[in-house]
Design a protein around this ligand. Structure first.
Ligand code: 5GP
Length: 182
């Protein structure tokens, strides 16, 4: 039984992701030249994007990871305020922080997280997300760098899960309705 059998349709292919990440990496390398860049990955959803994006960035940078509360197992609706479950290892003071996200959906997570990070005296805080679902936005927040806008559908793959599965799909897809009935 392959994971691919559970996919109804592919929204963003592996090739499209690869080309977009190269483009984003080149733009970020240009914009952050001579700065003090730290890529902050919000786990677990951004792990695949982070691994690809950091290799597409050609300027010196460091990386750090954070775990915040988001969707629970099997639940497909947002929960509310963000809680830090695992904090960053490094100090942000004087750093140019680029948050690396899987998807900007309601925007509630990042609209809560950005002010928390800004209190740590960084030089700047910006957002880079591979997916954007602007139709679902509840908070007043927009990405500084974005890969693809997706429709209001629950997507999986390229780091994004359903009940902790499908993160290892190399593309972004939509699940067959039968998967939710299992
Ligand atoms: P927010 O609604 O706060 O912008 O989104 C927070 C988190 O919810 C995202 O980082 C992501 O992990 C999860 N999320 C939002 N939309 C989707 C989706 O369509 N699929 C999956 N797998 N996760 C999503």
């Amino acid at each position: 039984m392959s994971m691919h059998d559970d996919i109804l349709k592919v929204l963003v292919s592996e090739e499209e992701l690869k080309a977009k990440v190269a483009e984003l990496g080149a733009q970020i390398s240009k914009d952050y030249e001579g700065r003090n860049l730290v890529l902050v990955s919000i786990l677990k959803g951004s792990v695949v994007f982070m691994a690809d994006l950091m290799r597409a960035v050609s300027i010196p940078c460091s990386i750090d990871f954070m775990v915040v509360s988001s969707y629970g197992g099997g639940n497909t609706t947002s929960t509310g305020l963000v809680k830090i479950i695992k904090d960053l290892d490094g100090d942000l003071s004087g750093r140019d922080v680029l948050i690396v996200e899987d998807i900007l959906d309601t925007g509630i997570t990042l609209s809560n997280l950005v002010p928390m990070l800004k209190m740590r005296n960084p030089n700047s805080v910006k957002i880079c997300t591979i997916l954007d679902k602007p139709s679902r936005r509840k908070a007043d927040i927009a990405p500084d760098y974005e890969g693809f806008a997706v429709p209001d559908e629950f997507v999986v793959g390229y780091g994004l899960d359903y009940d902790e599965k499908y993160r290892n799909l190399p593309y972004i897809g939509v699940l067959k309705p039968s998967v939710y009935e299992k």
